[in-house]
Design a protein around this ligand. Structure first.
Ligand SMILES: *Cc1c(COP(=O)(O)O)cnc(C)c1O
Length: 231
């Protein structure tokens, strides 16, 4: 049963939090349901799970529009400007703001829908060519610019996707660095931001991420099993 996998991940999060002197309640587990059928979401939702992550805007839209329970969907993957319209009214949080062009589009759609969009700024901490996200050096000026110019966007924190590594300890410096970056930005007291969320950690490394300060982890494989992209 999926709920057994979910509960196992949840207890590892709680244990990692306690090891590092943190309150487990500070940490939200986002169940990454991308590529998985709606029935998987329904199965967990029936057990009280409410937070789900999707990376394809149309898939998020379809699942949002068809799910039978009041769950939340997170847009966790790269978001193209022409797809903002699919998630603006459906995603509880966009984890992947990575350009001013995207901020402009989110602002435009948020105005249209008379809402404030909550977003995280994606940081490509390890500066991998294959990943989206801004650099750690540009995070502060980027956030200041977005906060000053786009009143219908509320920046809630930072997100990162760490490299895939055999030993999750190899990513510890990234999670530590992200936490410090968040603290540095908080200390700037930027108007129109509320930097409380640190979204980091996936199946391979979420326990280390929690030890270093993650407030949101995005876990797919450990809950739903391997993804099949061939279908
Ligand atoms: C797929 C995905 C995840 C989950 O990855 P797993 O390794 O299956 O836990 C987390 N975050 C993002 C942005 C993803 O695209």
């Amino acid at each position: 049963m999926l709920i057994d996998n979910y509960n196992e991940v949840r207890s590892k999060i709680d244990a990692a939090a306690k090891r590092s002197g943190r309150n487990p309640e500070e940490i939200t587990l986002v169940a990454v349901s991308k590529t998985k059928p709606l029935e998987c979401i329904e199965e967990l939702a029936a057990e009280g799970v409410t937070e789900f992550g999707e990376n394809k805007p149309q898939e998020l839209r379809n699942k949002f529009d068809n799910v039978s329970r009041p769950v939340h969907f997170h847009q966790i993957g790269h978001l193209q400007t022409n797809k903002v319209k699919y998630v603006i009214d459906r995603a509880v949080l966009i984890h992947s703001l990575d350009s001013i062009k995207l901020a402009e589009e989110i602002e435009k759609e948020a105005v249209k829908h008379d809402k404030t969009a909550e977003v995280l700024v994606e940081v490509n901490y390890a500066e991998e060519d294959s990943k989206f996200g801004i650099t750690k050096e540009t995070a502060l000026p980027f956030i200041k610019e977005v906060a000053a110019n786009y009143p219908h966007i509320k920046i809630k924190g930072l997100m990162t996707i760490a490299p895939f590594v055999d030993d999750p300890e190899d990513n510890r410096y990234i999670f530590k660095g992200m936490k410090q970056l968040l603290l540095d930005i908080i200390s700037e007291n930027i108007d129109n931001t509320d930097m409380s969320v640190l979204s980091m950690g996936m199946t391979n490394d979420y326990e280390v991420a929690v030890e270093e300060g993650a407030t949101m982890v995005r876990v797919g494989t450990a809950i739903f099993g391997e993804r099949d992209y061939s279908i």
